[in-house]
Design a protein around this ligand. Structure first.
Ligand code: AMP
Ligand code: MG
Length: 492
């Protein structure tokens, strides 16, 4: 069977300086360990063909499909606040773009497919553990309804990669609405290449913000659009307890998708200062810092766009500042609306923000599990008889009881039936998130025993995060103290 990728590439048609043409490096003995069949179908690809030896060769980088124009994209970026003028795809190769069933253009990229001119000192490879982590977490995010890159496939290479120890190598096939980053703009801006910035901005408008093209000031509209999507995205992260871990400007997508899953994690017990990443020693990318960092990253984007906003620099700065000023309002609106939904409010009243903040404070003080508190609160919406499950998540159950009295008074004023409230709450408060200890179990089984059954099981649970799955209810549970994973690693 030969079915081809229906590539329609646009990025590879941009000027030479935007990328380097480079083919993936073949590997020793590729083996497909996971294929995302529904996603393949959505992309117009035949899953059975991808599952064939020929398909696996493509997913491993052994063979370049017809119509692909393999490139490594150039970008720069602020890493932990320090500017690096040239990063680029050091271990990822974009095969090309296809149009999915919704009419959306999608990049198909191999990650871990060998060195590129942007590899610097890296080997261009990825280890199996981080590939599985990205696969699991990105697909979980998609099932939660949060904008994200997707994972089409994972292949083990049959080769070891050297990290602290020798680890099995793997290649992830990543799908994104594009891989353009804030750092992509910075790459051209840092070179004083205003024409490059303009070319890129025009490409991004056509691709991601088509309504900006007909705006009175398209580049202002572009900046507004990126800010709106990032504000919404980071609010969504906070509402599920997600910590990206490496919110560098090169890991901030222009399309507003979550991208570059490294030492990311979902928190168990609620703690606004939570940091998992071993390299984030200062807590720059801590849970509650994420909105502030997103704005910082967007400010770097605005700086790149200044020459396109107005001829006079002081005018451009003033206009950029006005647009950046909208971030806080947009983020707060999305975050507060999400919190109201999480505690089952159908209406908005003065005092709601304080009510929900008091719950969060009590959760933090009492090490209450973030996900389970809100999930079980949905049951408590039926009446105080159902308080037990949520109550026992608090070190001091009285902390919940005091809050619940005020919450009941507030929801009691709304006309909706308790069952309607419970249904609404269950639709926004997931039962299943990719908990760290479960991800670690999957990685351990895969890396040490070549056993991918736990991966399949976890992916099944996470594909329906808002449904109770009684047979798999242990996946909803918080880790026991001895199961807790408190640190994650990027593994690059
Ligand atoms: P990250 O922190 O994973 O977002 O990566 C930052 C930069 O390092 C990007 O330019 C990556 O392409 C590059 N990089 C990360 N790991 C490797 C590797 N193993 N080989 C080559 N480049 C890498
Ligand atoms: Mg990155």
């Amino acid at each position: 069977m030969t079915v081809h990728f229906p590539f329609q590439n646009t990025y590879a048609a941009l000027p030479d300086g935007f990328f380097a043409r480079v083919a993936p490096t073949p590997v020793a003995s590729p083996r497909l360990i996971k294929l995302n069949r529904p996603l393949a179908q959505h992309l117009g690809l035949d899953p059975d063909w991808l599952d064939s030896p020929e398909g696996t060769e493509i997913l491993a980088g052994q063979r370049i499909p017809d119509g692909a124009e393999p490139i490594a994209m150039a970008y720069a970026g602020h890493q932990f606040g320090h500017f690096v003028p040239q990063l680029g795809d050091g271990r990822a190769i974009l095969l090309g773009e296809v149009i999915d069933a919704d009419g959306v253009r999608r990049d198909i990229q191999l990650k871990g497919s060998g060195p590129t001119p942007f590899s610097r000192r890296g080997d261009g490879r990825a280890a199996l553990g981080p590939v599985l982590r990205e696969y699991i977490v990105s697909e979980a995010m998609a099932a939660l309804g949060i904008p994200t890159t997707r994972s089409l496939a994972a292949v083990v290479t049959g080769e070891n990669v050297m990290r602290e120890t020798a680890l099995p190598g793997a290649v992830l096939t990543r799908v994104a609405s594009s891989h353009i980053r804030v750092g992509t703009f910075q790459y051209f801006a840092a070179r004083g290449d205003t024409e490059g910035v303009r070319r890129l901005a025009d490409h991004v408008i056509a691709r991601h913000y088509p309504q900006a093209a007909s705006a009175m000031r398209p580049y202002h509209a572009l900046l507004e659009g990126v800010i709106a999507r990032q504000a919404e995205l980071v609010a969504r992260w906070l509402l599920v307890g997600f910590i990206h871990g490496v919110m560098n400007t090169d890991n901030t997508s222009i399309s507003g998708e979550t991208i570059d899953y490294g030492p990311c994690a979902f928190m168990d017990a609620y703690d606004p200062a939570m940091v998992f990443s071993s390299i984030d020693e200062q807590g720059r990318y801590a849970y509650a810092n994420q909105p502030r960092i997103a704005l910082w990253n967007l400010t770097r984007l605005a700086e790149c766009l200044l020459p396109l906003l107005a001829d006079a620099q002081d005018k451009a700065i003033e206009q950029a500042q006005a647009i950046l000023g909208e971030f806080a309002e947009k983020f707060t609106a999305a975050y507060q609306a999400g919190l109201r939904d999480k505690i089952g409010l159908f209406t908005t009243r003065d005092g709601d923000e304080a009510l929900v903040q008091d719950l969060l404070d009590a959760m933090a003080k009492n090490q209450a599990d973030f996900t389970l508190t809100f999930r079980h609160l949905g049951e408590a919406a039926l009446g105080a008889d159902n308080d037990h499950e949520v109550q026992q998540l608090f070190a001091d159950p009285a902390a919940y009881d005091e809050w619940a009295v005020r919450w009941r008074a507030r929801i009691g004023d709304e006309p909706q039936a308790a069952t309607a409230r419970r249904t609404a709450m269950r639709a926004v408060n997931p039962a299943f998130i990719p908990r760290n200890h479960r991800i670690e179990e999957v990685i351990q089984a895969a890396v040490t025993r070549d056993d991918f059954a736990p991966l399949e099981k976890l992916l099944t649970v996470l594909s329906r995060p808002y449904e109770d799955q009684p047979a798999l209810s242990e996946y909803a549970e918080a880790p026991e103290p001895h199961q807790r994973v408190l640190q994650t690693f990027c593994g690059t």
